[in-house]
Design a protein around this ligand. Structure first.
Ligand code: ATP
Ligand code: MG
Length: 295
């Protein structure tokens, strides 16, 4: 099966900065992949290379099996893109800009869908683009992209200028595209958005992918938080290797443990007569933060 996006050992050097050192990841058909990392990690650089706007210094980047630099024209017929910071033609109205974007994206105009999205995003398409706020400019690019019939959608921090209500509209619309089996690459700082929408994530830091996989896979590597209440003080937990950061307060214990150590944990607490046991998987935020602590 041809991969929608395939990036292998991608490198990009600017004059004084090595923005991408070694970036490898892929997006399969029908997959939504989150591309996350701190400011300056290399997300937008990767995306600009994928769009054929920047030339890579090394490695491979392909979309639909085609070279992103040489075959940019062919590729752009079937992709839709929204940058985090949208620049518009100041003297055109919002509606005209949406039409222009849709033409540039090579998609046949789907008027009904365009109208539906304008309503949902509460955009006034008659205003001149110069008078739109950052959020409204972003809505214009989003409407054009979401109304396009693309095979692959690339979003670079698409909700950075939107209020929470509009962010929710964006998420609903992405879910619709996802349900149609389209592929999506979503770079985002909003981890709840990534958790809701993405099948897999790739985490980039200082130009290198440091983790890649499904959220389940990544969570598996990370500790769950346990809350236990027992009839007797569960002091035996102190001797269990799998238990970390244990705090016992009377008959209650709070600790962390790897998800696959549940059996050991159960055996250790059973003798104290369990009244309550709760476990919480790590949030994406916790997973993410882990990589910025001394690694
Ligand atoms: N045109 C350029 N010339 C020189 N350096 C650049 C250029 N574009 C990006 N960089 C540098 O490359 C690195 C990666 O930047 P990039 O914009 O890809 O990060 P990002 O992950 O998108 O960050 P953010 O979350 O802030 O959008 C940064 O150190 C940045 O300063
Ligand atoms: Mg960026």
């Amino acid at each position: 099966m041809t991969k929608m996006i395939e990036v292998i050992g991608l490198k990009k050097n600017f004059k004084h900065t090595q923005a991408l050192k070694d970036v490898t990841f892929h997006v399969d058909a029908g997959e939504v992949v989150g591309y996350i990392g701190p400011n300056g990690a290399g997300k937008s650089t990767t995306i600009r290379i994928l769009l054929g706007i920047l030339h890579a210094s090394g490695g491979e980047a392909k979309i639909f099996g085609k070279d992103v630099w040489k075959d940019a024209l062919k590729i752009h017929e079937k992709i839709a893109y929204v940058p985090g910071d949208v620049n518009l033609w100041p003297n055109l109205t919002g509606g005209q800009v949406i039409d222009l974007f849709m033409k540039l994206q090579g998609s046949s105009a789907n008027q009904a869908r365009r109208e539906e999205l304008i309503q949902k995003f509460e955009l006034d398409p008659k205003k001149k683009a110069r008078s739109y706020s950052k959020g409204n400019r972003q809505k214009i690019a989003l409407i054009a992209a979401l109304a396009s019939d693309a095979d692959l959608y690339i979003f670079d921090e698409p909700t950075s200028g939107l209020d929470p209500l509009m962010e929710a509209v964006f998420q609903e619309e992405v879910e619709k595209i996802k349900a149609q089996g389209k592929a999506i690459l979503l770079s985002s700082h909003i981890l709840s958005e990534v958790e809701r929408l993405c099948d897999r994530v790739a985490i980039i830091r200082q130009g290198e992918i440091i983790e890649e996989g499904t959220l389940e896979d990544l969570r598996h590597l990370t500790r769950f938080q346990y809350h236990v209440e027992t009839k007797e003080e569960p002091i035996g937990l102190k001797d269990v290797c799998a238990v970390h950061d244990l705090v016992i307060t009377g008959k209650k214990a709070v600790f962390q443990a790897e998800s696959d150590k549940i059996n050991e944990i159960l055996q250790a607490i059973m003798p104290y007569h369990v009244v309550k046991l709760e476990s919480q998987p790590p949030t994406l935020e916790e997973l993410f933060m882990r990589h910025y602590e001394g690694k």
